[in-house]
Design a protein around this ligand. Sequence first.
Ligand SMILES: Cc1cc2nc3c(=O)[nH]c(=O)nc-3n(C[C@H](O)[C@H](O)[C@H](O)COP(=O)(O)OP(=O)(O)OC[C@H]3O[C@@H](n4cnc5c(N)ncnc54)[C@H](O)[C@@H]3O)c2cc1C
Length: 367
Amino acid sequence: MNECDLAIVGGGMVGSALGYGLARAGAEVVMLDQGDRDLRAARGNFGLLWVQGKGADCPAYAHWTLLSTRLWPSFAEELKQLTGIDVQYQRRGGIHYCLDDRELSDYADELARQAAVSDGAFQYQMLDARELQAFEPNLAPDLPGGGYSPNDGHVNPLFLLRALQAGFVTHGGSYRPRHSVQSIERLADGFLLQTEQGELRAGKVILAAGLDNQRLAPMLGLQQPLHPQRGQLLITERLPPLLKYPSIYLRQTGEGTIQIGDSAENSGLDDSNTVTVMAELAARAIRLLPALRQRRIVRGWGALRVLSPDGYPLYDRSAEAGPQAFAFSCHSGVTLAAAHALQLAPMLLQGELDSSLSAFCPRRFQD
Ligand SMILES: Cc1cc2nc3c(=O)[nH]c(=O)nc-3n(C[C@H](O)[C@H](O)[C@H](O)COP(=O)(O)OP(=O)(O)OC[C@H]3O[C@@H](n4cnc5c(N)ncnc54)[C@H](O)[C@@H]3O)c2cc1C
């Protein structure tokens, strides 16, 4: 029978970052993943390393996000040196465009609360219409304003996933696609995983299977209450520079294409894209950036967000199985990839989650 010290279930953004960090620290890790047609937010996201709006009501989340963005510059460089893959990390700051005066005033309140809970580490500036134009001269002149933060940035998320998995393998990890895990049984000295390619015995298990964590977690005495939320994205042909800063609605990629988001729908496990939402996204993009009017859309897709009931991460260790089993789910897995690889993975080797992460324990929903 196949055996390993540690098995990670899921090779998406969370599993690959954790796997990279664990293998980098010398652990012997097998990462079991599914195939191309399965649900995978890691391959359908927007690529933002986003801080604005994160944690105004949850200081632990504000701090964790900021910590990750502080780790990002050296993390991107490390991945490049190790794998030769440039993840196109950029941190010039980001802008959230507000679409009306009410949103602008509510947003100013939210960012003020976020700055207050982040002990000055979160920096931002509210922009009026004139200032927004000065930051981004190609935006429509009638937008009321927005928020700018120098903490925000972006990457190419597909290159990131590739770099994490290549780095994982370079550090000695074993990546096994088409090994969907059907069930996990607890044994006296570890776990027995039934995969589509047969059995695997592991001393420790880390669940990072995105939405499937909800099904797998109870097999380890854990809970991961999750729901899917569909987001649809569009991408244009390559264009000359039009935008200096990323936003949640528009970002110009390293190749010059403009990526257009963002939508939020309750569609169950259906990750297809629809003409209605694509038309709405395109109309809003032209409203924000009129130069897009005559430009071609070359691709569109849908992907499912991995969301907890309050939108914050779910990090847990099995109380019953001791330090041998953990489960991790989160939205913003791109932003948090550096913290997952460089901070969270070493904690797993120690067998304990740091108390600064206790706010993310899923038992918060039982109180
Ligand atoms: C439209 C959209 C836009 C987004 N934009 C951003 C953004 O700009 N910035 C940001 O930080 N985050 C963004 N996100 C969120 C980010 O993509 C997710 O937080 C992240 O991908 C979650 O990582 P994950 O590994 O938990 O899940 P996934 O990335 O979905 O990966 C789960 C993996 O586990 C595998 N798997 C599932 N079940 C099993 C099983 N039983 N056995 C083996 N393997 C299994 C899957 O095949 C998959 O490879 C966005 C998400 C969406 C949908």
